[in-house]
Ligand binder design. Structure first.
Ligand code: DGJ
Length: 727
């Protein structure tokens, strides 16, 4: 009933604007504005993007580009430029019509505006006046979080299918003397490495062609600073990302007017899409924010928005866990697992997570070369099956979660023998194996049913199961689908749609289920996937020093409760405390042999889990202040402040300080200047006392933000957690 009332009130406030006079359309948040204008030629142009203008500005007076307009860009800044116009730079849309004509012109027809939950949606209807091709551009502006998202719908009424050679989600234009682009590249165990470079005339492309493990080499995020290299607390900064769990592409092109064009969307490479009459091609969402005060504010915008409007169960709690992967790898049995349930309970975590290696009978999964695809428990290893383990875990007092990799198959499996037609494989060619496995053809609805069935069967047989770790270790290899036949250009796109179809069904049937998105470490992480997953695995690299960089990278966009961080044995030169403290400000887990630890370390872990549970509200706050950067210093300091500013924590890491380094006080941020805060070092090793001179004392927010505290020190791999409580 409530829903109905809401829906009808939304309908009432929907405005439908038809184009008699040439309209000016403004997409606003509280602090950001994007202005679009229909010009005399009936086409739609961007005339402004930046800090919100005040009401006195006549938007009709805006024009862009403001520099000298050369003949190759006569009208400038069309919001969805099409191949075939006088704009000779990369277009957003390229259509080959059914008669073979590769050109189009899009004119403004009308637009609507309506309130939606948390924001306002504007839809602009564009049409080709020669061919029956329609393009609807959607914008949703979230005022409080200063986030705008944009996507496009393309459909047609031509007699035969049309071929979409390019189909961007969005095209944006910026004007500045200089542009600095930060990208997030890497590889397995090196995810999210940040690097910045200036953009000059010509193109820079950040893209992926890997399909499933799409972000293994580069992640679908970028940061752009106007005028100067990026700063944490100053400068005009744009952060952008694509919500798409497949091949993506961002093209940054500086044109002859020194204007920057950003095209974001699915990577059209090897993906010319055949679109049937009446079918609607919906592009992924391009999501961006603009901050006049540097990247710190932009990250807080993203984290706030993600928690409220994007991440699955964004405003709910998260489970701490003990995982067995790095402790046992494939070598476990029922006895070993039940013993680990007890250890999880003693540690105080909420859940035990059983990783890879529990399935396959004809081809048991005792290594990564067999069994994938055969989702039946290995009887010889676990004779009483998963139901027994779930019950036993619950009886011990912990929840039970389980690992799956449902999109993949080992050639050495019953599934591969029974359904070779379900696998991407090129006829008559030798297959290429990535981690000894192949990718299932999720463009095929039968395969979608099979993949849904894996989760469904496990859930039906084990209603007590409440967590999955969903892994995906291979990119799409052997790029050919038997199902798609002569529509191979649709493969990469339809694969992702097939995956979303499965995930939609899971979410609908099991809304309480929590899932971790994993892809051979952090090879898959985007905001569309995170509409289904409560969290993601950042990397298999848990060396605490290297992890600080990886977490620093993801924190640019992602809320802490979505970033799984586990304590392991990577880098045993670092103390257990240091390793635990690095995982502490994220979504905490352990993947380590607890019995192998000495008593004090184990006690530290148990105490820390208690502290973590107590401090979850502030750890999960979106208000992150990155105070000291590991990229610029030998230290890293992070501050999380509660939204009411009455509680904060500092996570302080001295990585590898220089000899006799000059150590200055660190100024805090985001506090209430008029409030008094009590400062205490917490999470100390058993029996240890704090050496900080400020420990136990009270300071005003003003003092802390203007004078600061001596937080960083000179000891190698040393860490501290400090709590601030408003009194
Ligand atoms: C890759 C993941 O990143 C690991 O955490 C682990 O689950 C393995 N796969 C299991 O094969």
């Amino acid at each position: 009933m409530k829903k109905l009332i809401l829906l009808s009130s939304l309908l009432v406030i929907t405005n439908f604007i038809k184009a008699e006079i040439k309209p000016c359309i403004s997409i606003n948040t509280d602090n950001v504005q994007l202005v679009l204008k229909v010009k005399e030629d009936g086409r739609l142009y961007q005339t402004y993007l930046g800090e919100k203008l005040n009401d006195k500005v006549n938007l009709n007076n805006l024009y862009m580009p403001r520099g000298t307009v050369s003949s190759v860009c006569t009208n400038g800044n069309e919001i969805y430029p099409v191949m075939g116009t006088e704009d000779y730079f990369d277009p957003a849309l390229e259509v080959r019509h059914s008669d073979g004509n590769p050109t189009s012109f899009l004119k403004y027809d009308s637009h609507t505006e309506k309130s939606i939950e948390g924001g306002k949606e504007t839809i602009i209807f564009l049409k080709d006046y020669l061919y029956p091709v329609n393009v609807n551009i959607h914008y949703v502006a979230y005022p409080e979080e200063d986030i705008i998202k944009q996507w496009t719908e393309i459909f047609h009424d031509e007699s035969e299918p049309i071929l979409l050679n390019r189909y961007a989600s969005s095209m944006l234009y910026l004007e500045s003397d200089d542009y600095y682009l930060t990208e997030f590249s890497g590889n397995w165990a090196k995810e999210m490495h940040m690097s910045e470079s200036p953009l000059t005339y010509g193109k820079k492309v950040i893209d992926s062609k890997l399909g499933t493990r799409t972000a293994m080499l580069t992640q679908p995020f970028f940061e752009l600073s106007l005028g100067n290299p990026i700063q944490e607390n100053s400068g005009e900064t744009i952060l952008g990302t694509l919500g798409w769990t497949g091949n993506f592409s961002f093209t940054f092109e500086v044109d002859n007017n020194n204007q920057l064009r950003i095209i974001s969307g699915i990577n059209p490479s090897a993906s010319a899409y055949l679109l049937e009459k009446g079918e609607k091609f919906v592009t992924p969402e391009f999501i961006f924010t603009f901050s006049p005060e540097g990247v710190g504010q932009a990250s807080r915008n993203f984290q706030k928005w993600a928690l409220k409007h994007s991440l699955y169960k964004g405003e709910e709690d998260r489970l701490t866990l003990l995982n067995n992967w790095e402790n046992t790898f494939f070598d476990f049995d029922e006895e070993k697992l039940t013993e680990l349930f007890g250890e999880a309970k003693d540690l105080g975590v909420d859940m035990f997570l059983l990783d890879d290696g529990w399935f396959g009978n004809q081809y048991p999964r005792s290594g990564d070369n067999a069994g994938l695809g055969d989702w039946e428990v290995t009887n010889s290893k676990l004779p009483n099956g998963i139901p027994y383990l779930v019950k036993k875990a619950k009886d011990t007092g912990v929840e039970f979660g389980i690992w799956i990799e449902p999109e993949m198959v080992n050639p050495k499996s019953e599934l591969a023998e029974q359904h070779p037609e379900w696998i991407f494989k090129i006829p008559d060619r030798e297959p290429y194996y990535f981690r000894n496995q192949l990718v299932l053809d999720l463009t095929n609805p039968e395969v979608q049913d099979f993949v849904f069935g894996i989760v469904d069967t496990l859930m039906t047989n084990n209603p007590g199961l409440n967590y999955f770790k969903w892994d995906c270790n291979s990119p799409i290899t052997n790029i050919y689908s038997q199902y798609l036949k002569d529509r191979q250009g649709n493969l990469y796109v339809d694969y992702v749609r097939g995956l979303y179809n499965v995930l939609d069904r899971i979410k609908e049937k099991y809304p309480d289920l929590e899932m971790m998105l994993c892809s051979g470490g952090g090879g898959r992480c985007d905001f569309e996937a995170l509409k289904y997953f409560t969290e993601f695995w950042c990397s298999d690299n848990t060396d605490p020093i290297e992890r600080l960089y990886i977490q620093w990278g993801f924190s640019q966009f992602m809320p802490s409760k979505s970033m799984c961080a586990h304590v392991t044995n990577w880098n045993k030169d670092a103390s257990v405390k240091f390793r635990v403290d690095v995982a502490f400000p994220c979504k905490l887990g352990f993947d380590i042999d607890l019995k192998g630890m000495d008593k004090e370390d184990r006690q530290y872990c148990t105490n820390l889990v208690k502290e973590y549970n107590r401090l979850k509200p502030v750890i999960y706050s979106p208000d992150l202040y990155r105070l000291v950067s590991p990229y610029e210093t030998k230290h890293c300091v992070l501050e999380r402040v509660s939204e009411t500013k009455d509680h904060a924590i500092l996570a302080i890491y001295d990585m590898h300080p220089d000899f006799n380094e000059q150590l200055l006080p660190t100024r805090l941020q985001g506090l209430d200047p008029d409030a008094e805060y009590k400062i205490e070092e917490i999470c100390l090793m058993p029996g240890e006392k704090s050496n900080f001179t400020f420990d136990g004392r009270v300071f005003s927010g003003d003092y802390l933000m203007k004078v600061g505290l001596n937080l960083i020190g000179g000891k190698d791999m040393d860490s501290h957690i400090v709590e601030l409580t408003k009194i």
